[in-house]
Structures are given as C-alpha cells and as structure tokens.
Design a protein around this ligand. Structure first.
Ligand code: SF4
Length: 426
C-alpha cells in the first residue's frame, strides 16, 4: 500500500462503504493478504480507477493494463467495479425464472465447446407445437415468466430430413417456427425470449411482436477463432461481423437485447477486451443492449475442447470487473449462476448485478452438467453479503416503455411488474 495517508484513508472509507464486512474478509483471504494495508495501489492503478469512477468508462489501453495487475492490486479493481455498480444499481441483484425450450438441437455449425448439438437419429428433430405448449403451461404454473428459446443455427440449411419434417408442420425455416411458438408462449401467459442466432431484419420485426427482449451472444469479436484448430472453425454463424450485423438490425428495430462474451474458449485477453469494446460501440450507437453476459467455459467430456482448461476464476473476476468499468454503472452485467455454482456470489464483488435465468423446471440444455442453484439458496447467499435479490422479467425495467416494446406485448409486460419494474414481491 502506498504511504499516502489521505489516499489510504479515503480508500478505506470507500472500502467499508462498498463492501460488507463479509465481502471484505472474503476478498482479503482470496488474494492472500491478512489486512487492507498489505494491498498494493500503484499510482497508475489509482489513476485508472479514479477516472473510471468519474467518467463511467475507461479507454482500451487502460482496460488492457488492468488485465495484467497482480493479485494484491485486484481488490482495488473489484472495489471500483462494485462502487460503480452500487452508484447506479444500489445493492439490488436480479434474476429471472425461466423454462428452457431447446426447440431444435440440430445445427449447421460445429463449435469446439458444444454439448447442445445432436445429429438426426440422436433425438427428436425438433419439439413439436404441443410439446412447446405443454412446457409453456408448466412454466406458467411454476411461476416462470420467461420462455427461453434456444436452437441450433439454421439446421434447415444442412439437413434435408429436418426441412421435410418442418415442412410437414407448415414451416420453411426455424425462424418461422420460432416466431409462431413465441406467439403461443405470449398468449399462454409467459414471455418468449428468443436466441435464434443470425437473423434478418424481417424476422426480427416478427419476433418483436411477441418477444419483449431477445438475445445473441457475440462470444468473441476475433476472426482468428474461425481458423482451423480454433473454437469456431466450421461455424458459418459465428462470423463476428455477421453477429454484429444482426445486433445492429435489432438496434435499428429497437429490440431490447442481451449479448455477451465467452471466456476461456481460446481467446486472448486482448481479444476479450476488444469484444467488450465492440459491444460498447453497439450499445452507444443504438442503446438497445440491456444486458451483458460474461460466460465462462467449462470443459466436458465428449466435446472437441474437452482437454481445454476451464476459464480461470481470477481471470473471470478480472473480466467481469473490467466489463463493469468499460460499460459503466447503468449496464446490467450477468454471470450464469449454474456455471459458477460454488462461487457465484463472489462475482458480486466484481460489479455483477444479475444472476441470469434460473429454471425451477428444466435443465440448462447448453450446459446439461450444471444444475441451477435453488432460488432460496441464491436469496440466502446474496442476502448474507448485504444485497437484495429481486426477480425480473426477461426485459429489464429501464426498457419497459413504448420506445422499446411492441404495444401489445408492453401491455402484458406492465401487468406483471410493480412500480419498480420488477416482479412484485409476494
Ligand atoms: S454451440 Fe450452438 S452454434 Fe455452436 S455447434 Fe452448438 S448448437 Fe451449434
């Protein structure tokens, strides 16, 4: 720690104001120090963090500098990220209750980390409309508000058998089918949130008529990952430019949008930072990015990347905290709790304010090995660190207005929230 008494006491005050005693102790222990005075604050780090707090964003060069700080400097990065989050969001941590609908697990891509894709003959070609209706109804009964549609990318371009079967129920593309199933969900009292993959403006316009929000992960902005031997080799839908294009169309159509990055799929830290700035540019241009997910890779048996190490915990913390500094306090930043089941609350110290969709009914088909934590456990652990857990819809309160949501959908959204924009507390 620097020997400047005024800076030190100012930081000490901020520390106690920002972190609960339990969080503070947890941080010191994790970074191998026994007291606050053993932490290291270099002038450069102090300058970057002070500017981040003042300006609500940081320059790329400063973000890159932060990727290299030592464990003894880390708590200050987390402190700044938490202070920025607290200033805009207070101590409210959100989540949504969803049912997961893997409409089709066929896919024309071959991501190295995939556990979702199946081939014809390994399972159903797609869920039929009755199955979707059934799960939507069960979701409503279990108190869920989000019908989370996830599919493989454009299987109709790869599999004749899929095209034929889809044709028999009256659709030419997965998008057309999803658009109708979204409407089915909405009419049955649950809000669709569709992750289709690359989409045309015409498709997005149709989705907007039933989806209060949609999503597409950027994953990473680096074209390098498309090259042979990398995670996105052989994936026509993972071309970053095309993913950005879909999200730009969504911005033009004013669709509240969820995006994010994957951590640990073979990208460099610099590529990760560049991905965050690509999303920041998008957000500044259209204002429609309602949420950024920072999703960690975990290896599983049977995938191409099964020998890859899982995303490193300290790197994840750094990435989350840097994301908070890049995007400022207003952005909703999420980590998936089921992929961080043992330590999801730790990410609250890095500026996260959302714990994503949790399902009381269905598994996470994209990460079938990772069970959701129980809402009661989330509530208990979040509270123990001094935060309050609130349930939200798939759309965040700041987007609940006619600028962002189709009037018919908006009416239904408003019926499900209180004056805070969250689901009323019972
Ligand atoms: S991760 Fe998604 S896009 Fe990639 S192969 Fe699996 S299903 Fe297809």
């Amino acid at each position: 720690m620097r020997g400047d008494f005024s800076v030190m006491s100012l930081l000490a005050q901020t520390w106690e104001k920002t972190f609960s005693a339990k969080e503070g102790a947890m941080l010191l222990k994790t970074f191998g120090v026994s007291s606050f005075s053993e932490l290291l604050l270099t002038p450069k780090l102090e300058k970057i963090l002070s500017e981040a707090i003042e300006r609500e964003s940081i320059e790329r060069g400063d973000a890159l500098y932060l990727t290299k700080i030592s464990p003894k400097e880390m708590p200050f990065l987390l402190l700044a990220a938490s202070a920025i989050r607290n200033r805009s969001k207070g101590k409210t941590i959100t989540y949504s209750k969803n049912v997961f609908v893997p409409l089709t697990q066929l896919c024309r891509d071959r991501c190295g980390y995939c556990t979702f894709k199946i081939e014809p003959g390994e399972g159903s070609l797609f869920m039929n409309p009755d199955e979707v209706l059934d799960i939507a109804k069960k979701g409503v009964k279990a108190g869920c508000t989000e019908l989370l549609f996830v599919t493989g990318d454009k299987p109709e371009l790869a599999y004749q058998i899929y095209r034929d079967a889809l044709g028999k129920i009256g659709y030419e593309t997965t998008a057309e089918y999803l658009i109708d199933m979204g409407k089915t969900g909405l009419e049955n009292g649950i809000f669709p949130h569709t992750n289709l993959g690359l989409s045309t403006p015409e498709e997005l316009l149709e989705f907007r008529k039933s989806n209060p929000s949609m999503g597409l992960m950027l994953e990473n902005i680096s074209e390098r990952l498309l090259k042979k031997g990398n995670a996105h080799h052989g994936c026509a839908d993972k071309v970053p430019r095309l993913r950005m294009e879909t999200m730009e169309h969504a911005g033009e159509l004013r669709i509240p949008w969820t995006s994010g990055i994957l951590v640990g799929i073979g990208e460099t830290f610099e590529e990760r930072i560049d991905s965050l700035y690509a999303l920041l540019d998008l957000s500044r241009s259209y204002g429609h990015l309602q949420e950024i997910i920072i999703q960690n890779f975990n290896p599983k048996e049977g995938i191409k990347m099964q020998e890859f190490p899982p995303a490193d915990f300290i790197e994840m913390l750094k990435t989350v905290a840097i994301s908070r500094l890049v995007f400022g306090g207003e952005m909703n930043i999420q980590i998936p709790p089921n992929l961080n089941n043992r330590n999801f609350t730790f990410y609250l110290t890095a500026g996260v304010n959302d714990l994503g969709g949790v399902s009381p009914l269905t598994i996470d088909y994209v990460n079938p090995e990772a069970p959701w934590p129980q809402v009661e456990r989330m509530e208990r652990e979040v509270k123990a660190l001094g935060y309050e857990l609130r349930e939200r819809l798939p759309v965040y309160p700041e987007y609940i207005d006619e600028n962002w949501i189709d009037p018919y959908v908006l009416e239904k959204v408003r019926q499900r929230v209180d004056e805070t924009g969250y689901v009323p507390v019972n």
